[in-house]
Design a protein around this ligand. Sequence first.
Ligand SMILES: Cc1cc2nc3c(=O)[nH]c(=O)nc-3n(C[C@H](O)[C@H](O)[C@H](O)COP(=O)(O)O)c2cc1C
Length: 320
Amino acid sequence: MEGVIDAHTRDLLTRQPGFDWAVTEFVRVVDARLPPRVFLRHCPELDAGVATPSGIPVALQLLGSDPTALAANAEQALRLGAREIDLNFGCPAKLVNRHDGGASLLRDPRRVHAAVASVHSAVGSEIPVTAKIRLGFSHRRLALDCAKAAEDGGATQLVVHARTRDEGYRPPAHWEWIGRIRRHLRIPVVANGDIWSLEDYWKARTLSGCRDVMLGRGALADPWLAPRIRHWLLTGEPLPATPWQARAAILTEFAALQRITLPDRVVTSLVKQWLNHMRQQDAEAARRFQAVKRINDLETLLAGLSPQRMQRTCGSLEPA
Ligand SMILES: Cc1cc2nc3c(=O)[nH]c(=O)nc-3n(C[C@H](O)[C@H](O)[C@H](O)COP(=O)(O)O)c2cc1C
């Protein structure tokens, strides 16, 4: 997820069992072939077996509309070691759509087909090309055509975010629409959108009929969501709610990893950004966020996350 899930986040999220696959933030393709540093910035895992440190494979995501440029950049990614290319047809950002990228291609299934087919023929049949779509741009009438266009173009898997571009991130996600698509495709379809809990996972699976789901914001809000799902599938037992100590530990480790290359000022806002995602689903994270949101010093922020030091730093809060 652009600006949110980088290689360090992927590393931290995949340390527990639950994830089978991860995708980079999108690499924006306009017309030129991009230099290696751009790919390595988005996907440092290219230098480490194209997997997270715990061994979860990472697909490199491209976003663009020109089939020739997408193919040239897919070839470039391959030269650098990529083993899987994912194509983004879901991004709703106005700037991206104005420049004819992301979800804007869903207005014409032929363009989805051309993009996938061009990348598929450039990388060859040994390299999986996967695609990510929404249900459409401003309506759902072309949802199935776009999905079939991706499949006919050579996509080996399709992730469907169950909303149109115009629906943005507004609930609900229309998981039943993913089922309609799945029933018409031969390739695996993965359900995505608004899976925040085990209950959501089960509803999304039931309504879509998909075996696999993709987690976005839900995994940031609760980094133990994927392990929770995996544990329940294996044992039938739910895991207990994620305690604050575990959340604080992951945020602290995140800061330590980011600090290796980024200035404290940037790390401070990244930590707050992740805490902001956590607060959507957790009362303690919400209290901590309120207490630390105006802190601009990284050490003080980290102290504000720690259960023991919380009282001293922000006297009004109870320790967890
Ligand atoms: C801040 C942000 C950045 C995102 N960046 C990407 C991206 O780079 N590539 C992509 O395929 N989807 C991206 N998405 C979409 C998510 O992958 C996902 O499809 C969407 O958030 C719905 O799933 P969720 O409800 O589980 O988050 C992004 C979403 C958000 C909120």
